[in-house]
Design a protein around this ligand. Structure first.
Ligand code: SF4
Ligand code: FES
Length: 168
């Protein structure tokens, strides 16, 4: 069940401002600091996720089950969801990678994928440290900037996409 306080206290989000959107059936969280804007969400459900609109998330624009399926494909974990008490959504279909309490089975190795004309996508338990050796974030999913244009390094902030960066 929903426990926003617990979610906000996770080490990964300790210093981030996580936005919350809710209806009686669904709670959605969005962490702008780790959103790399490849746009899977707004391409999949443009009526719900519309970066040109404020607020950019409208949970009334689709069924909660559809929103859950879309959030499950967010590659960075910037979007997540939970079910509030009394939600009419079947909890069995709300247990995917975007669920706040999802426990990813740990792969034997952490995978680093090079996204074409985009970031390095880290999949697997990882700790990211700054140049002074201080832990910045600890999680199992990140997109790290490869183009050098991000204003939120070492994380990708979508600048590669907005500025049309192309790898050689
Ligand atoms: S990173 Fe997630 S929240 Fe950000 S644009 Fe992509 S799919 Fe949407
Ligand atoms: S790779 Fe996305 S901002 Fe640099």
């Amino acid at each position: 069940m929903a426990d926003s306080q617990e979610y906000m206290k996770q080490e990964r989000f300790a210093e981030d401002i996580v936005k919350e959107y809710s209806t009686k059936d669904l709670i959605v969280y969005w962490n702008p600091k780790i959103c790399s804007h490849p746009g899977y969400c707004w391409r999949d459900l443009p009526d719900v996720f519309n970066p040109e609109r404020r607020p950019w998330v409208d949970l009334q624009a689709a069924r909660p089950e559809e929103i859950i399926k879309t959030i499950d494909i967010c590659p960075t974990g910037a979007l997540m969801y939970d079910l509030p008490e009394g939600s009419k959504v079947d909890p069995r279909m709300a247990r995917g990678p975007g669920w706040v309490h999802f426990k990813k089975s740990e792969p034997a190795v952490t995978r680093i994928k090079v996204a074409k004309n985009g970031p390095l996508v880290i999949e697997g338990p990882s700790e990211i440290y700054d140049a002074g050796g201080n832990l910045i974030k600890k999680y199992h999913q990140f997109a790290l900037c490869r183009c050098g244009l991000s204003l939120n390094k070492p994380f990708c902030d979508g600048a590669h996409f907005k500025q049309g960066w192309k790898e050689e």
